[in-house]
Design a protein around this ligand. Structure first.
Ligand code: KG4
Ligand code: ZN
Length: 347
């Protein structure tokens, strides 16, 4: 029988210290996620230096916990995977340095992984039969991309945000409304009680046929609305505001994702990233896909936000294609999707 490939993956690109053990890409043995959200909450967002320090404090404990939960030792690990970009440079460096050290000391290979590729790969874990090609909508706190996934490791970026990422817009609007951090889930919850048509915010579609996004205008729109109402002495219906903002964002995401699938004649849309947890996006995109007989895929909520299992899955397919890291791997904060790591040495 073929020996399964067991990968230990490490993710530290933002504010989650996560370590997973994944077998043959899609079988998650363990996926430990230590979230720093409570630490960053009081600052209203992620403080990069604080994130790096906490990764450093936690990383070896999370690695130990993963091995313990899996009932494994390093002898059972064939290869390591690690996120090396995009993300916060100091945070990424902790994971990269740690995995380089482990791989060197244990004389095992490792694979540097693109975080966005990881988000897409979360869907392979969730849906065992899912295979490329498909259209992927990646919507997280740091990224908003519409991508044609041609094959494992082969991506054509159709569009991306020109300013704020969609999760960032949710977080900033939530902060303006005084809701707290992270804003996405709070707005999602509040919006359930509101009327999405109560306030009209402009939908930013940009030029005809463009698959790019822009979310900074809507953020200012909400701020202007709040200031205007305050000046007039009106009370603001927060649920209506949350629902109206959310719909203005979600409608654009749905329209562009469906258009991309139609243009490329693909009957599969795969959503990934933290905002894939949004209930309104799930509802409206679900309806739009049903009308057009497009199959829609999402990861489970735990796999939507940052986690190392998705990195382990992406590492597996990259490993199979021959991608390997070496001691020259560095953190690349603005790493582009589709650029596989090329070895600089043979050490
Ligand atoms: O993918 P992720 O964990 O981190 C990045 O790689 O950025 O995404 C986090 C983002 C945050 O901006 C958070 O507000 C947003 O995902 N988010 C949501 C929801 N749950 C998380 N946004 C809208 N609705 C949600 N239910
Ligand atoms: Zn992410």
């Amino acid at each position: 029988m073929k020996h399964p490939l067991t990968i230990m993956a490490v993710e530290t690109s933002c504010d989650e210290t996560s370590v997973a053990i994944v077998r043959d890409g899609r079988e998650v043995i363990t996926n430990i996620i230590y979230s720093q959200i409570d630490i960053h909450k009081k600052f209203g967002g992620v403080v990069p230096e604080v994130a790096s320090r906490n990764h450093l404090v936690k990383i070896s404990h999370v690695v130990d916990e993963a091995l313990k939960e899996a009932g494994m030792s390093f002898d059972d690990i064939d290869c390591f995977g690690v996120t090396y970009g995009p993300g916060l440079v100091g945070a990424l460096l902790i994971g990269v340095a740690y995995v380089k050290g482990l791989a060197f000391a244990l004389k095992k290979p490792f694979v540097p992984v693109n975080h966005i590729e990881g988000h897409i790969s979360a869907n392979y874990i969730e849906h065992p039969d899912l295979e490329p090609p498909f259209i992927s909508l990646i919507v997280s706190g740091g990224h908003s991309h519409l991508v044609f996934v041609k094959d494992y490791g082969s991506y054509e970026i159709l569009g991306k945000t020109r300013d704020d990422a969609v999760g960032e817009a949710f977080d900033k609007v939530a902060r303006t409304m005084g809701l707290g951090y992270p804003g996405g889930p709070l707005i999602d919850k509040l919006a359930l009680e509101g009327d999405p048509e109560a306030i009209h915010f402009t939908r930013t579609y940009l030029e005809k046929d463009s698959f790019d996004f822009s979310f900074s205008g809507i953020k200012s729109g909400v701020l202007n609305y709040i200031n205007n109402q305050k000046q007039k002495g009106n009370t603001i219906n927060e649920a209506d505001l949350a629902a109206s903002f959310q719909d203005a964002v979600v409608e654009v995401l749905v329209q562009k994702a469906v258009k991309a699938a139609e243009k490329h004649q693909l009957q599969k849309i795969v959503v990934a990233g933290g905002v894939a947890a949004n209930s309104r996006l799930r509802l409206l995109l679900g309806e739009a896909c049903k009308e057009r007989q497009i199959d829609l895929y999402y990861p489970a909520l735990k796999l939507c936000t940052d986690n190392a299992a998705m990195i382990g899955c992406a590492a597996y397919y990259a490993y199979k294609q021959g991608v390997r890291g070496d001691m020259y791997v560095n953190a690349v904060p603005n790493l582009k999707l589709g650029q596989q790591y090329e070895m600089k040495s043979r050490d």
